[in-house]
Design a protein around this ligand. Structure first.
Ligand code: FAD
Length: 461
């Protein structure tokens, strides 16, 4: 038996970041991880492998559609799917090994195996019980499915199976038009699959600013992705490696069937808490299955929770920020997460990024606001790379000009959003952004122009 100041269960972005910060702050720290590798969902079967496949297939798209326009002629590359998967795995391995290195560097102990909490102050891993002054649950999440849809990870897959399909399917039905469904749908559409996305709601990417969602759907449709919206999936049947997806249109209850070589169930994720022993401990839960917390503390003294296992956006950077904040709290400092400024990004082409309030949320709250919008059509760099279709939209308070939200669809949106995040953290006005000199020619100029549009007007509109 060993004893620690902190034992963290789970080495995803929440857990590993919390561990490193705890160690840096002088706490004796261990992490329990049951997977063979560190990094959790994000590094192993989430953010990182999906972005590797998005990068590879975006490169293919460029070669097929844009190279000739730039005078780069010749045969388009052919797809070696096994090699693409190997590249993706190498990317994953490099990153998971990197966390192992960081654990060694910071003297974080990795307790290998699946952990449970027999009582407050104790963590059991395999047959050994370790003592901990503080226990942090960072056990993450797993895919959730629908009634009538049985996942076999071959013909009917979750995102995990979709990353390792044996071959590129001729046809793919994606159930759910959220971030994961659209990213993986884009990957396979670029590889030549006929992709149909079936969504229960009447718009894609629920929760996203409506303006952006509409433009996004139009662009993805142009890229060859089909959408069936307002459709409730009734069930999926499989036979001989093929699937049939039955759905009912909500507007008239009419039923239809889609045939597919593969079905990706991308209907969301739920906290993964199996085997931790939370019931016996009496840990209080939220109605939707997350652990209930107050500043990361559960109702049991000395037990905390962060990341996908608690309420909030299921995003790696949200988990990381919580991990860091909790480490500071455990070390007696003031840890804090500003939940009003957590960006969200979809890594398709074009990228989509947002932070803060959407226009719909401001309307609903009855807040007086103004909109500054700038099309990438007026941005020289975006035009040069054939990605001028999107826009930047900044929402600011009508009276004070304080930035309330930003929504970007266009090149590098996932990076551009951060200047607005920093501005929002500093309580900046749209004019503060508009008066900041931006280098030319950059995509960032579109952000400045949108900020200018909140005032006297953009220059290149
Ligand atoms: P996780 O990353 O899920 O890690 C939890 C870890 O705990 C796991 O490794 C698990 O094995 C371990 N564990 C659980 N229980 C135990 C136990 N009892 N004992 C030992 N170990 C245990 N987010 C983004 O921000 N950007 C993206 O681009 C993005 N892309 C994604 C793409 C896909 C396909 C998916 C599925 C997710 C994506 N996400 C993305 C979401 C992101 O992966 C999660 O929000 C993030 O990983 C949550 O971090 P976490 O630390 O809470 O949990």
């Amino acid at each position: 038996m060993a004893s620690f100041d902190v034992i963290i269960i789970g080495a995803g972005p929440g857990g590993y970041v919390c561990a490193i910060r705890c160690a840096q702050l002088g706490l004796k720290t261990a992490v329990v991880e049951g997977r063979e590798t560190l990094g959790g969902t994000c590094l192993n079967v989430g953010c990182i492998p999906s972005k590797a496949l998005l990068h590879a297939t975006h490169s293919l798209h460029e070669a097929e559609h844009n190279f000739a326009k730039m005078g780069l002629k010749g045969k388009s590359p052919s797809v070696d799917w096994d090699q693409m998967k190997a590249y993706k795995q190498e990317t994953v391995d490099g990153n998971t090994k990197g966390i192992e290195f960081l654990f060694k560097k910071n003297k974080v102990t990795w307790l290998k195996g699946w952990g449970s909490i027999p009582e407050a102050g104790k963590v059991k891993v395999n047959d050994e019980v370790h003592e901990a002054k503080n226990i942090v649950i960072a056990s993450g999440s797993e895919p959730s499915s629908l009634p009538g849809v049985e996942v076999d990870e071959k013909t009917v897959v979750t995102s995990t199976g979709a990353l390792v399909l044996n071959k590129v399917p001729k046809s793919l039905v994606v159930i759910g038009a959220g971030v994961i469904g659209l990213e993986m749908g884009s990957v396979y559409a670029r590889l030549g699959s006929e992709v149909t996305v079936v969504e229960y709601l009447d718009a894609i990417t629920p929760g996203m600013d409506g303006d952006v969602a509409k433009t996004f759907q139009r662009i993805l449709t142009k890229q060859g992705i089909k959408f069936v919206l307002g459709a409730a999936v009734q069930g999926v049947t499989t036979k001989g490696g093929k699937a049939k997806v039955t759905y009912k249109l909500r507007k008239d209850d009419s039923e239809a069937v889609l045939d597919a070589d593969c079905v990706l169930v991308a209907t969301g994720r739920k906290p993964f808490l199996d085997g931790l022993g939370l019931d016996t401990l009496g840990v209080e839960m939220e109605p939707r299955g997350q652990i209930k917390t107050d500043h990361f503390a559960t109702n049991i003294k000395g037990i905390y929770a962060i990341g996908d296992a608690i309420v909030g956006p299921m995003l790696a950077h949200k988990a990381e920020d919580e991990g860091m904040a909790l480490a500071e709290i455990l070390a007696g400092k003031a840890g804090h997460v500003n939940y009003d400024v957590i960006p969200g990004v979809v890594y398709t082409t074009p990228e989509v990024a947002s932070v803060g309030k959407t226009e719909e949320q401001l309307k609903e709250a009855g807040r007086a606001y103004k909109v500054g919008k700038f099309s990438f059509m007026g941005n020289a760099r975006a035009k040069a790379i054939f990605q001028a279709e999107g826009f930047v939209k900044i929402l600011a308070d009508k009276d004070t000009d304080r930035i309330l939200g930003a929504h970007i669809i266009g090149p590098m949106a996932g990076d551009l959003i951060h200047e607005v995040c920093v501005a929002m953290e500093f309580g900046a006005s749209a004019q503060d952004l508009a008066l900041t000199c931006h280098a030319h020619p950059t995509y960032s100029e579109a952000v400045r122009e949108a900020a200018l549009a909140c005032g006297d007007g953009a220059i290149h509109a």
